[in-house]
Design a protein around this ligand. Structure first.
Ligand code: TTP
Ligand code: MG
Length: 389
């Protein structure tokens, strides 16, 4: 039976929420991210409205560059709590259509509607209704790709943004993929892409038609990529190990090698990530440290814990440990990030022998959360994290 997988991706998510909440921003270039400080700001763009994209502004671009391209834009700091609330609403809408959901990020999910679509007038009609329901619950538009595989659904959702809906059927799958650039394939890094391009393989169709010698030197990756190019992608919705994570980062006012500043920032980031995980009822197993050095050179280091956690002190300890083992070759630090992935529900028991410190930690975290709930986030800091991020 043909699988029907929908990939849903909200349009200009953070920016669209700000435009929804302040109608005077509608139709304007809105840029969410670090403070541009009149062009001297040092952080990056989180996202921007489609109006701002016309000026060439993009996610992850330095905010100073965005300012150069679009000095007349409206620049706003992100309000993650508000966006997470919208994200929860969207998920509620999804569950009205199927229980088979894989949330990929704050604004993106796969839905397997193979078994439920008949209840809503068929797969395409299900997607139309889903878009309408998301709009009704959040006032926001999304783009949906409907296809027999995750790869094709993901690509399809991106093709007619914003407010798009693109359907790909099994019989048209290979023809749909063939003209697309190889960079659209998952798991294809820039190095492999460069090797393929040197051999004249630029499109997914060319890769599908490639002979064994063209795939030489790519190891087991070669046949795998070719299978994807042929439309073979058996990955299921809800598959483990998807890029599901909670993270925060900070760009320093000035590049720094001040050990104390770095330590406090890592502790504050761990604190923030811990609060967001706990608010979402999640814990995670893998802690990733991101370090961007002067000159924008970026590195990540990760460690996977035996037991998943959402405790600020455990995350801080891991982040500090990863940082201590990182060799920055005397270069100064521009940005730090802490991210937790490998997420599971916080109440899930992983071991019969809970860490003896856990009950105490849980109590301490709850006490801090109560105080913050009553007096605001800066009413109390954890030791070593005396800082707002
Ligand atoms: P995306 O879905 O990549 O972007 P988007 O929803 O803003 O725009 P599009 O219409 O192209 O889907 O990411 C979702 C949100 O995640 C985005 O609104 C802001 C945040 N984000 C960042 O903070 N930094 C980033 O580098 C990216 C890519 C996204
Ligand atoms: Mg999006």
């Amino acid at each position: 039976m043909e699988r029907r997988i929908a990939h849903v991706d909200m349009d200009a998510f953070f920016a669209a929420i700000e435009q929804r909440d302040d109608p005077s921003l509608k139709g304007k270039p809105v840029i969410i991210g670090a403070d541009p400080k009149g062009g001297r700001g040092r952080g990056v763009v989180s996202t921007c409205s489609y109006e701002a994209r016309k000026f060439g502004v993009r996610s992850a671009m330095p905010i100073s560059e965005a300012w150069r391209r679009c000095p007349g834009g409206v620049y706003l700091p992100p309000d993650l709590e508000k966006y997470e609330q919208a994200s929860r609403r969207i998920r509620e809408a999804f569950y009205e259509f199927t229980p088979d959901i894989e949330q990929v990020s704050i604004d993106e999910a796969f839905l397997d509607i193979t078994r439920s679509a008949h209840l809503f007038g068929g797969p395409l009609e299900t997607c139309r209704r889903l878009k309408a329901r998301v709009k009704e619950l959040t006032g926001l538009t999304c783009s949906v790709g409907l296809a027999p595989t995750k790869l094709a659904a993901k690509i399809a959702s991106d093709l007619r943004k914003p407010d798009g809906l693109v359907e790909v059927r099994e019989e048209g799958l290979r023809a749909f993929l063939a003209p697309l650039d190889i960079s659209r394939l998952w798991g294809l890094g820039p190095k492999t892409a460069a090797v393929l391009r040197e051999r004249g393989i630029n499109t997914i169709g060319a890769l599908a038609a490639a002979r064994a010698p063209d795939l030489d030197g790519l190891g087991s990756h070669g046949p795998q990529l070719r299978a994807l190019a042929l439309g073979e992608d058996p990955r299921e919705v809800r598959e483990e190990g998807e890029a599901k994570s909670v993270g925060n980062e900070v760009t320093f006012e000035k590049d720094t090698d001040n050990a104390r500043e770095i330590k406090e920032s890592l502790a504050a980031l761990a604190d923030k990530v811990s609060s967001r995980l706990r608010a979402a009822g999640l814990k995670g197993r893998t802690v990733t440290l991101k370090v961007r050095l002067e000159g924008f050179e970026t590195h990540t280091r990760a460690r996977t814990l035996t037991l998943a956690t959402n405790y600020a002190d455990v995350l801080a300890r891991e982040a500090l440990g990863l940082y201590a083992a990182f060799d920055r070759r005397r270069k100064k630090v521009r940005l730090l990030g802490v991210k937790v992935s490998g997420l599971l529900p916080a109440q899930e028991k992983e071991s019969l022998f809970e860490d003896e410190g856990d009950a105490r930690r849980e109590k301490a975290h709850r006490a801090i959360e109560r105080i913050r709930g009553r007096f605001g986030n800066s009413a109390i800091y954890r030791a070593g994290a005396k800082k707002d991020i």
